[in-house]
Each structure stands twice: as C-alpha cells, then as structure tokens.
Design a protein around this ligand. Structure first.
Ligand SMILES: [Zn+2]
Ligand SMILES: [Zn+2]
Length: 154
C-alpha cells in the first residue's frame, strides 16, 4: 500500500521540475509550481497523485466553470496512470465521487435563482438565464482546492 511518505521521494526523483511542500491542504499552485500536501494525512496518497497530475499537466487557469470539470477529469486520468506505475489503482468510486462534487457545485452555480432554468456563464463570475434574462453573480469558488486555480487570473 502506498503512503505519502513512500511516494514523496519517488515523485521528487521522477519529476524534478515540481516542488513538493507540506501544507494545510492538498493543492497545486501554478504560480509557484509547488504541490502542497498534508504531511499528517499519510494515507491520502491518492490526493498527492492527483495534485501531482495537475502539476504535470501544467494546469494553470480556467475561464469557464465547465472547463474546471474537464481539468479535474484530466488530472484524475493522469493520477490513475501514475498510480499504475506504482502498481496501485485509484478506485473509480473515489474518482466519481470527487467529480460529482464538482458537478453538484457546477449545477448549483448555473441554476437560475429566478426560474430554476440552467443558465450560461457569460463571464467568470456572471451567469445569465436565456429563459428569463436574469443575471446573477457567483462566488469565486467553492473550496480552497478550487480557489487555487482562480488566484492567478485575478
Ligand atoms: Zn483537482
Ligand atoms: Zn431564469
């Protein structure tokens, strides 16, 4: 079974272009080129591979919320490849649950507060409803894990 501590030296050696630093959460910082990991969550190697995948894919920013879902999917595919390289597998349920949380987030943001129709994102923080022409603002992002992509673009 993999762990953060068994994986870190392998990842550092394989991907010297990335830096790995302990942090309060698992995240990828495109501006610093740093993968942050929670040092006390030793069993969370799946998240470490996921954030490393974001780094390897050079994920920097997204302009539309739907693009974020695409980046997340790519990062999970890449993380799965990395896991295979270490003779491990990330369970599909883990990946789907993770993507579902993004889908839920996307769904709640895009639902028109006036008529419940699905709106379109016209700007980074603005959605518009084609059915009733209502416009609404959305928050930057749901969690710090999501927010990290937004930071570079403001
Ligand atoms: Zn991610
Ligand atoms: Zn509406």
């Amino acid at each position: 079974m993999l762990s953060i501590h068994s994986l870190l030296p392998l990842l550092k050696q394989a991907y010297p272009q990335l830096s790995f630093r302990p942090g309060t959460d698992f995240s990828w910082s495109p501006s610093e080129q740093v993968v942050y990991f929670e040092p006390h969550a030793d069993d969370q190697w799946v998240m470490l591979l996921h954030e490393t995948a974001h780094g390897l894919l050079r994920h920097t920013d997204y302009t539309k919320d739907v693009e974020l879902l695409k980046l997340e999917r790519q990062a999970w595919d890449r993380a799965q490849e990395l896991a295979r390289g270490y003779h491990e597998m990330i369970q599909e349920e883990v990946i789907e649950a993770n993507l579902d949380s993004y889908r839920d987030w996307l769904h709640s943001r895009s639902t028109c507060p006036a008529c419940r129709a699905t709106g379109v994102q016209v700007k980074r923080r603005t959605y518009s409803c084609l059915a009733c022409r209502h416009h609404w603002l959305v928050n930057e992002a749901r969690t710090c894990a999501l927010r990290r992509y937004v930071v570079t673009s403001i």
